[in-house]
Design a protein. Structure first.
Length: 361
């Protein structure tokens, strides 16, 4: 089969970008995106992926989403046996590109469960404009979803959102982690956090937990989400000296950090699924995660980590109790759990899903 993969953008490395690259590599597909960073596939360890940019989009929220959606709406990509969409705005190409499949990381949360949070952060004039945009864009978005032949969700959590907000059913295929790339080196002297710099990741919760635990250390990896001013974001956190922000790092260095950390902190609000906990477990490291969303599908309490309340005190207590736990003794359970989400399992499942989509089943 000739397969085309369409993803919103390829300007930074996040979970969705890793999935889009993995799909393109698995199917020897052409990848179409907006805002292409040509070096990103190599930094992610997938140098052979062929990526084509459909257009540029500004950093300003709303205008950015509109420009991305418009780029896919205008796209004409004939000659493929099946089209695989990843992300939210890429599905604007669905009406003219069939048969198709949507690997859904989540329905656009700005239209649904995070709508009020999004609006709350805006100035009054921008809030008025944003409400108008949501009223205009949401019906179009839902009409695009109606032209999708098959939906695959990245977790039971997201499948529930698809049913609740879009009134469609979705099969679940967990996103991939190449577990063989990760290794255990030592139980180090720092905790690791791997996520984009954005408000829904609740990095402020991690920072406050470290403020309460001055003997612990946290290293945060990840660049800013598009539209977020990194310097302003970090200033607002007022991080203590035991919290270090590295920004986006090369894949090799990230693997080293996983190998040498004590464990991972994961605090995203109702996380869709979350690849970082699986990556940490692949390195034999436990995870302290908030007891929400996709974390409940990957972390096994008291075996591969801890699920805690979403407040700094609970995260701090978990870090302190982990000091007395046999973290190295959790290594084998962590590695075994990570193998459930290995790239091979993802590819096998997606081959079946894409074949069914191509056949119109």
């Amino acid at each position: 089969m000739r397969v085309a993969v369409l993803h919103d953008h390829l300007s930074f490395i996040g979970g969705g970008e890793r999935v889009a690259l993995a799909l393109a590599a698995a199917f020897d597909a052409d990848l179409f995106v907006t805002d292409l960073d040509p070096g990103l596939p190599t930094r992610a360890g997938l140098r052979s992926v062929r990526a084509t940019e459909l257009g540029k989009a500004p950093r300003t929220p709303i205008l950015r989403q509109e420009r991305q959606a418009a780029a896919f709406r205008r796209a004409e990509l004939p000659g493929y046996d099946v089209y695989v969409f990843s992300g939210n705005w890429a599905i604007e190409a669905a009406p003219r590109h069939r048969p198709n499949l949507w690997y859904c990381h989540t329905p656009a949360r700005v239209f649904y469960d995070l709508r009020e949070d999004f609006l709350r952060d805006l100035s009054p004039p921008k809030r008025v404009a944003a409400r108008a945009w949501i009223r205009r864009a949401r019906p179009r978005y839902e009409a695009d979803v109606a032209t999708i032949g098959r939906i695959v969700a990245n977790s039971r959590n997201v499948a529930g959102r698809v049913a609740r907000y879009l009134h469609r059913s979705a099969e679940v295929v967990y996103p991939p982690v190449d577990t063989a790339r990760y290794r255990f080196e030592e139980v180090g002297d720092f905790w690791l956090s791997v996520n984009r710099l954005s408000h829904e990741k609740r990095i402020e919760l991690q920072v406050e937990a470290l403020r309460q635990s001055p003997r612990e250390r946290l290293v945060v990896v990840g660049g800013p989400q598009m539209g977020v001013d990194a310097k302003k974001f970090l200033r607002s956190l007022r991080p203590p000296k035991n919290v270090e922000f590295l920004g986006e790092v090369e894949e090799g260095r990230l693997i080293d950090l996983y190998a040498k950390c004590r464990g991972l902190l994961a605090t995203s609000r109702d996380e869709d699924f979350g690849l970082a906990p699986v990556e940490a477990m692949a390195a034999g490291k436990p995870v302290i995660a908030v007891d929400e969303g996709g974390y409940r599908e990957s972390v096994v309490p008291d075996r591969t980590g801890w699920l805690v309340s979403a407040n700094p005190e609970s995260v701090a207590r978990a870090m302190e109790s982990a000091v007395g736990a046999n973290l190295e003794g959790m290594r084998s359970a962590c590695e075994a759990q990570a193998r459930r989400f290995d790239t091979r399992a993802f590819i096998d499942a997606m081959q079946t899903q894409v074949r069914r989509a191509a056949e119109g089943k």
